[in-house]
Design a protein around this ligand. Structure first.
Ligand code: GUN
Length: 292
C-alpha cells in the first residue's frame, strides 16, 4: 500500500504558487482573495481561517468577511458586488453552505465569473463541461485530479467510480476524469446513496473517489484488491480518547481499506491541503487574467 501524501504534494504546489505571486508582485500586481463566511459553523470557520492564513503565507492580499447568520440575502449580494468592483480582489469565495435563508445560487451568480475561483458560477460550470481552457475548476476535484497525476496513477482507460454527486465535488470530479488528456480519459461511473448494489459497483472501480459525506462509509467490501482510493471526506466524530473528545475521519474506513489498496489518501493530510493549494493557484490565475 502506497500512502498519497497530500500534505507534501500541496507544499510543492504552494511553493510554485509563491514564485508566481512574487513574479506578479514584481510587475505591480498582488493577487488578492476575498473569503466570505456567513454564520458560525465551527468547521467552516476553520476552513476560512486556513484559506486566509495560506494567502498571507504566500504574500497574497486577503480579506476575510465573517458575517453574522442574520445577514440578509441583499446584504450578501451587495458585498459580492462591491468585491466585483474592487481591483485589489481577484478571487471571491463564499463559504458553502450558507444559512438556510440564503439563496446560495443567486449569491454565486452575483460573483463576476472572472473572479469565481471556486468554479461554482454557471459560466464556469459550463466551461468545465465544455473543457474550455479558461474554466475555473472547483478546487477539491482539481486537487484530487492533481493527486492522481502527482502519484503517477494511470487514469486513461481506468474505471473510475465517483461516490457522491454534489456540485462541489462529485459532478465536476466526474467531468474532469472523463476529459481528454492527462488525469482524464477514464471510464467514469457516478454513484450515490440511491445506487443499487453500491458496494458491488464500487468494487469494480480501479479508482474510487469517496465524496459521499458519511464517516467511514466505504468499508473493505467496497474496494477491489489493488484499487486506488481518494478520500474526500472530512467528518468530525466523537472520540473519547482524544484530548478534545473528537477526531477527523474520512468517508473511508481507512484501517480496514488501506491494506487492499495500491494507493490511498489519508484523512487528514490527503485531499484537504490540496483544496487550499488549488484555491491559491486559481486566485493567481485570476490575477494573471484580470491584469493581463
Ligand atoms: N465548502 C466545502 N468545500 C468548499 C469549497 O471548495 N468552496 C466553498 N466556497 N465552500 C466549500
Amino acid at each position: 500500500m502506497n500512502l498519497i501524501d497530500g500534505k507534501a504534494i500541496s507544499k510543492k504546489i504552494l511553493q510554485e504558487t509563491r514564485a508566481e505571486v512574487e513574479a506578479l508582485k514584481a510587475r505591480g500586481h498582488t493577487p488578492g482573495l476575498a473569503v466570505v463566511l456567513i454564520g458560525d459553523d465551527p468547521a467552516s470557520r476553520s476552513y476560512v481561517r486556513s484559506k486566509d492564513r495560506t494567502c498571507s503565507e504566500l504574500g497574497m492580499f486577503s480579506q476575510k468577511f465573517e458575517m453574522p447568520s442574520s445577514t440578509t440575502q441583499a446584504e450578501l449580494v451587495a458585498l459580492v458586488q462591491q468585491l466585483n468592483q474592487d481591483s485589489r480582489i481577484h478571487g471571491i469565495l463564499v463559504q458553502s453552505p450558507p444559512p438556510a435563508h440564503i439563496d446560495e445560487g443567486a449569491v454565486i451568480e452575483a460573483i463576476d465569473p472572472r473572479k469565481d475561483v471556486d468554479g461554482f458560477h454557471p459560466v464556469n460550470v459550463a466551461k468545465v463541461a465544455l473543457g474550455a481552457p479558461d474554466a475555473f475548476v472547483p478546487c477539491t476535484p482539481l486537487g484530487c485530479q492533481r493527486l492522481l497525476l502527482e502519484a503517477g496513477i494511470q487514469t486513461a482507460g481506468a474505471h473510475a467510480v465517483v461516490l457522491g454527486r454534489s456540485m462541489i465535488v462529485g459532478k465536476p470530479m466526474a467531468l474532469l476524469l472523463m476529459q481528454k488528456g492527462p488525469g482524464g480519459d477514464a471510464t467514469v461511473t457516478v454513484a450515490h446513496s440511491r445506487t443499487r448494489d453500491l458496494a458491488a459497483l464500487c468494487r469494480s472501480a480501479d479508482i474510487l473517489i469517496a465524496a459521499i459525506g458519511k464517516p467511514e462509509f466505504v468499508t473493505a467490501d467496497f474496494v477491489k484488491e489493488g484499487a486506488v482510493v481518494i478520500d474526500v471526506g472530512i467528518n468530525r466524530v466523537l472520540d473519547p480518547s482524544a484530548p478534545n473528545g473528537s477526531k477527523l475521519v474520512g468517508d473511508v474506513a481507512f484501517a480496514a481499506v488501506a491494506p487492499k489498496c495500491k494507493a490511498i489518501t489519508p484523512v487528514p493530510g490527503g485531499v484537504g491541503p490540496m483544496t487550499i493549494a488549488m484555491l491559491m493557484a486559481n486566485t493567481v490565475q485570476a490575477c494573471k487574467r484580470l491584469t493581463a
